[in-house]
Design a protein around this ligand. Structure first.
Ligand SMILES: Cc1cc2nc3c(=O)[nH]c(=O)nc-3n(C[C@H](O)[C@H](O)[C@H](O)COP(=O)(O)OP(=O)(O)OC[C@H]3O[C@@H](n4cnc5c(N)ncnc54)[C@H](O)[C@@H]3O)c2cc1C
Length: 347
């Protein structure tokens, strides 16, 4: 088979993670079409090397030892608005489209469903991987299906959302089928109506403080952008991967135990009445990691949001993982809660 794709060799992975750390990839290519995806996979098979598809690396921590395989950077663009009626709008989006541009386009068209996911970095195709969520919305609420290349069957398929096993920050794509599907497009179902209250707590607070009582998708988007811009660092200028830990979900009994020592511990209900979610940011702050700088590793926590670990001058992923271990151990000692890392450690 003759291959047309440009394959680069020995590429530094630090430019493919917004944490800007990591070793070297043996091979790397960029794909713009579905047929290039099939070609890249065929190339990997011929060269007996494993493939991994990525977007912009805003949720990846590469290992220091790098990756002895083929990184496939998804640059498949395009929108297809294919069905609508008075209240519904369906569209398919190329997996390489910048997610925030997808949200901006949807909001400009007066559509509701993803406006609270404004400013989440990365590509459209990555959103189903960890069921991207923010401010009360997650992608599972609007996703109709995922179009992907299945490495197991060596063919393209369409997976309905009901087959994606979505839950909080999780799906089959980052659990049981991690790495199996190379996502080429996603189809969303958006609504031609205004978003309705009640909104997520932080948004309700923002609307009250700004005397906002008329709600449209643009109002929600502007509020989210304002809140996020004050709270989160821009990965273009500050090396970070967003929230480094997921909010832990614990049993009601464990909460009761914790409330003896910490009566004010914040918590939210979950779909399971036996379990509650604890804000990881509160755990970090209470464990002494607010605006914390660690000279030994060159890592820090972001002043406005301790959940965001920032690479100020770390040299290696080992530095980052040492800082992480220090946080995890301190929180575990104090609260008996094991924090779980959100960005994927790859490969
Ligand atoms: C400042 C900041 C704020 C953030 N805020 C949020 C937030 O509010 N909510 C939230 O959920 N996340 C948030 N994130 C995390 C991140 O933005 C999302 O996880 C995003 O979806 C990652 O997109 P990406 O294109 O960069 O994916 P990458 O980081 O490149 O990849 C992430 C994972 O998905 C896989 N992957 C990516 N694209 C594909 C594809 N097309 N096919 C198959 N596998 C693929 C990769 O192999 C990897 O396992 C934040 C990150 C930052 C830096």
């Amino acid at each position: 088979m003759k291959f047309m794709l440009q394959i680069a060799e020995n590429v530094s992975l630090s430019q493919y993670s917004t944490m800007r750390l990591g070793g070297t990839a043996r091979y790397l290519c960029s794909v713009q079409t579905r047929s290039e995806v099939a070609e890249a996979v065929a190339w990997a098979i011929t060269h007996q090397t494993p493939p991994i598809m990525i977007g912009t690396g805003s949720n990846i921590i590469w290992k220091d030892e790098g990756f002895d395989g083929l990184i496939i950077v998804n640059n498949i663009m395009g929108y297809e608005d294919f069905a609508e009626d008075e209240t519904n709008h369906y569209l398919t989006i190329g997996a390489g489209e910048t997610w925030d541009s997808v949200v901006a386009r949807s909001v400009q068209s007066g559509l509701t469903g993803i406006e609270a996911l404004s400013l989440v970095p990365g590509t459209a195709g990555a959103t189903p991987i960890q069921n991207v969520g923010a401010y009360g919305q997650d992608i599972s609420q609007t996703l109709v299906s995922v179009e992907a290349f299945d490495l197991t069957t060596q063919s393209f398929l369409t997976l309905p959302a009901s087959d994606c096993n979505f839950s909080y920050r999780a799906s089959r794509f980052n659990r049981e089928d991690r790495g199996r599907f190379l996502i080429t497009g996603i189809t969303l179902h958006l609504m031609k109506q205004n978003p309705l209250p009640p909104f997520y707590g932080a948004l309700e607070k923002y609307f009250t403080e700004h005397s906002i009582t008329q709600y449209g998708p643009a109002v929600v988007r502007n509020a989210v952008i304002d809140i996020r811009s004050h709270k989160l660092p821009d990965p273009a200028t500050t090396a970070n991967c967003g929230s480094f830990f997921a909010n832990p979900i614990i049993d009601q009994d464990a909460l009761l135990d914790l409330q003896v020592a910490y009566p004010d511990i914040p918590h939210w209900p979950t779909d399971d009445p036996e379990k509650v979610k604890i804000p990881a940011a509160w755990l970090l702050e209470s464990a002494g990691f607010k605006d914390f700088r660690d000279e030994a590793t060159g890592m820090a926590t972001w002043p406005a949001q301790p959940l965001v670990l920032v690479n100020e001058k770390a040299r290696t992923v080992a530095d980052l993982l040492a800082f992480k271990a220090r946080i995890v151990e301190t929180v575990k000692e104090k609260f008996s809660i094991e924090l779980v890392q959100e960005p994927e450690l790859l490969p």
